[in-house]
Design a protein around this ligand. Structure first.
Ligand code: 1BO
Length: 272
């Protein structure tokens, strides 16, 4: 496993995303992923699966300090007293005393960012999390957050795959020492039929999805592909034994198009 270092954090470059996984399927996939070598699991309060994720980790009988577990605070819990309470509830559901990384899930302009960041930093100081970070923050919001946060931020987790250009966000992350963590890194499965990726994959004996994940980690990003299929778990983590050439990297980057974003909501910020 490769790691991405960011402002004191050491994040496994491939993790398991669990968005939309729930119940026994979720626990089973998490347990199986750990047995196959995953050491990074990503969840969130709003996914309503923290209990299932905790169950899967517990069932895998892995030492807690070998795992990197991320959860995210939902926007309705951004007022300082709510944030602390909600994180403690997350920890109870996860059966943990601390997470490795705690993120603000989406920007929420209704609560002053400074107040929420103060509470996030306080959660770290209280030992509820080892590291803190952001998700779905734009360049301007990253700059604002970095300037206002009393503790170092270690990442911005954003939708990122070959069809969505994230050069600007990635630039802001690099400049501030943050890792870019890619959710929906295989474009919710859409890359599987991609001709360019399949073509590149043939030269390396890899699938389109593996080429896509390799393209992300080779840029220094962290990727958290989600799957409910146990057989896909091994495929998604098997991306560390080949290198894409500069030409291949650039061919993949050219797949981006203005309509590439898959996850958007009325409450989303104005994207870069
Ligand atoms: C609303 C969930 C987006 C990805 O975490």
């Amino acid at each position: 496993m490769q790691f991405v270092e960011a402002n004191g954090a050491r994040i496994p470059a491939i993790g398991l995303g669990t968005w939309e996984l729930r119940g026994r399927i979720c626990s089973r996939v998490v347990e199986q992923a750990i047995r196959l070598g995953y050491r990074h699991i990503d969840t969130a309060q709003v996914y309503e699966n923290e209990r299932d994720v905790g169950e899967g980790i517990h069932a895998a009988r892995i030492r807690r300090d070998e795992m990197f577990v991320t959860t995210k605070v939902w926007t309705t819990h951004f007022a300082p007293h709510n944030l602390e309470r909600s994180v403690k509830e997350s920890l109870t559901r996860l059966r943990m005393t601390e997470v490795d990384l705690l993120l603000l899930h989406w920007p929420n302009p209704q609560v002053p960012l400074e107040e929420t960041l103060g509470a996030l930093a306080h959660a770290k100081q209280m030992g509820l999390t080892r590291h803190i970070g952001l998700s779905n923050f734009t360049v301007a919001l990253i700059e604002q957050a970095v300037a206002a946060c009393p503790e170092p931020l270690v990442c911005d987790q954003v939708e990122y795959h070959p069809y969505l250009d994230q050069t600007k966000v990635q630039g802001a992350c690099r400049q501030n020492g943050l890792a870019t963590v890619a959710y929906s890194p295989i474009a919710q499965g859409n890359v599987r039929g991609d001709e360019t990726l399949s073509d590149i994959g043939k030269a390396h004996g890899k699938s389109a999805a593996q080429v896509c994940l390799r393209w992300l980690v080779q840029q220094g990003a962290v990727a958290i592909p989600r799957t409910s299929k146990v057989e896909r778990l091994s495929e998604n983590i098997d991306v560390f034994d080949f290198m894409l050439s500069e030409t291949e990297m650039s061919r993949i980057s050219h797949l981006a198009h203005p309509k590439g974003r898959l996850t958007d909501y009325g409450f989303a910020p104005k994207w870069d």
